[in-house]
Each structure stands twice: as C-alpha cells, then as structure tokens.
Design a protein around this ligand. Structure first.
Ligand SMILES: [Zn+2]
Length: 315
C-alpha cells in the first residue's frame, strides 16, 4: 500500500502526513493519518473525524481509540485513522473552512477548487482508493445535541449492515446528500456510515463511549481484532426510517422537559417557551409517538428554530 509516496507494508504501522495547504501566515497545514496493517490480508477500514472542524467528539473518540491501542496489533486487514480532516475549521472553532464552505458538501473535490474542495480532494485522491468501508464521525451543530446514532444510506445494503454491526443506540436510514463524503464514497462502491453524537464545540461522555464501542464492534466483526469476553454482539439499535423536527412556534426562553433518547407519546408535553416578562408560556407537545433523537440546548430561541428531532419507524 502506497499513500502519498509513503509505502506501508503488511505488519507495519505508520504515521503519514499529507500537505493540504498553508495559512496566510505561511504556516503549512497538514492532515495526519495513522495507517495500521496486519500481516494477514483483510478489509481496509477508514476511521475519520473532523470533516466539520468544530465537531470535537469525533476527534476525541478517534484520539482515544489510538491512545487505547485499538489498532496497534491487528489480526487482519488495514485501518486508516484520520482524527481530524478539516484542520482549518478546528483552529477557527468552525464547522467550515475560512471562506465559509462546507468540506462535507465539496466531495469529491478539485485540486484547483475552493479551499473546502481542495481538502475533500486530498481524501478522495490519497485515501479513498485504498478503502473498503468507513466510519465518519460527526456531532449536532449549533447547540443541537444528537443522541448517539448511526446514519446509513437508504438503499445500500452494505451500509445498513455496517450500521447494524456498529450497534449505536439508534440506527437511522437517511437519503444521501449531494457532494457529501458518504455520496462520493458510495459512487466508488465504498459504504460509509456516519456517527452522530453530542453537539459541536463540546465533549459528551455518552457519545464518546458509544463511538468507541462501535469502532470495536466493527473491528471485531471483520476479524481485525480478537473479541473481548465481556462483548455482546447482538444488535440492539432502535431502527428509525422517518425523522422530523418540531420547530418553535414562538420566540423566547426555551426549556426542554424531555431530552434526547426518550420515547414520547403523541401530544405529550416535552418543552416550553416562555416570554421574558413571565406573562406568556407556550407548551410544546410531541406531534406523534416517537423517539427524541436530538434536542436544542439553546436557552433563547426564535420562531422556527429546530427544538426536537423526532424519529420513528414507518413500516
Ligand atoms: Zn458534521
């Protein structure tokens, strides 16, 4: 296996640097990838974080998986681990790159394109050709918390299978988004599942725990690591194929009475919006029987803001 001029032989583990660009100050920007290869042939798995630079849970999940030596002594196959793709966003506490473009809407990317497109291109050119399957780690954005969940591509059986092996609390069927990594990889026959957990700019223990467990489940399933005795490999994920946001019908101070992870009944009281003078209070009810997959942690909301993301299984 050769990545950007670096040869990685079976049985070798190597850290690889891919130059993406440079800051106006002259500082070079690099993406780092750890590549772990077993002597025995097998699948190649991509473990990727930080396409969105402020979604730190994913970066932390992958960092811990390296620290805890998940890939150090693989039984078979190869794992390419990239904790942070969008270095620009990470150093600016931002989802995007400095020109405001979203790397995950810029795939497959162009070498001479905008910055986001150039970052996407590095992954498409140097990494994707080696990969059989991948996990892409994300969080909710702008104060919106996502209960740990795996999203897989509608109509792609391999991605559904991967999602079920990962075994997050929820597995959610989603259409593919144009110019996303998931779409670009799928066009090349590579199933990629997307983990969502917690919110941007914050660490969330539950999401980190579920993310780490999911990586292990995948590694074990494909014979890349030995199982641990305590492991339970029966899928317990709750399946979801329909989601919908409940939005604020008024502006004011928002309080969630039910949070993500709960199952709620139709018309159940799940939150309130109050005006600052203490005169008005509007109740928010669940529109249907569903699970709360995500909620807004913002204390101040405007009309139309997304408050609760409901999910259910439509037969
Ligand atoms: Zn994201």
């Amino acid at each position: 296996m050769k990545i950007n001029g670096h040869e990685i032989l079976p049985g070798e583990n190597k850290k690889i640097k891919i130059r993406v660009g440079k800051l106006p100050s002259g500082t070079h920007i690099n993406i780092f990838a750890n590549v772990y290869r077993a002597k025995k042939k097998g699948k190649t798995l991509l473990v990727l974080g930080g396409i969105h630079g402020d979604e730190i849970n994913g970066v932390e999940i992958i960092r811990r998986s390296i620290e805890q030596e998940y890939y150090e002594d693989l039984e078979s196959g190869t794992v390419i681990v990239i904790p942070l793709l969008n270095v620009y966003g990470f150093i600016n506490f931002s989802r995007e790159v400095p020109d405001g473009k979203d790397v995950n809407r810029s795939f497959p990317g162009v070498n001479t394109g905008s910055l986001a497109s150039r970052v996407a291109r590095k992954l498409t050119k140097f990494i994707l050709p080696h990969v059989d399957m991948g996990i892409d780690f994300h969080t909710g954005g702008d104060s919106r918390y996502n209960y740990p969940q795996i999203r897989y591509s509608k109509g792609v059986d391999e991605s559904k299978t991967l999602a079920s092996i990962f075994n997050a609390p929820f597995m959610i069927e989603k259409p593919m988004i144009k110019k996303s990594l998931r779409k670009a990889a799928n066009d090349r026959g590579i199933p990629i599942i997307v983990f969502e957990g917690g919110e941007s700019k914050r660490l969330d223990d539950l999401s980190i725990e579920k993310g780490l467990a999911g990586i292990k489940n995948i590694l074990y399933h494909f014979g890349m690591i030995k199982p641990e005795e305590s492991d339970n490999h029966i899928t317990t994920s709750i399946k979801i194929n329909k989601t919908s946001w409940i939005r604020a019908r008024d502006s004011g101070l928002f309080r969630a009475l039910k949070k993500s992870g709960y199952q709620v009944e139709e018309k159940e009281l799940i939150g309130m919006i109050k005006d600052v003078l203490g005169e008005e209070s509007k109740n928010i009810h669940s529109s249907r029987k569903a699970y709360i997959l995500g909620h807004n942690n913002a204390p101040v909301v405007n009309m139309g803001d997304a408050l609760f993301n409901l999910g259910w299984q439509d037969k």
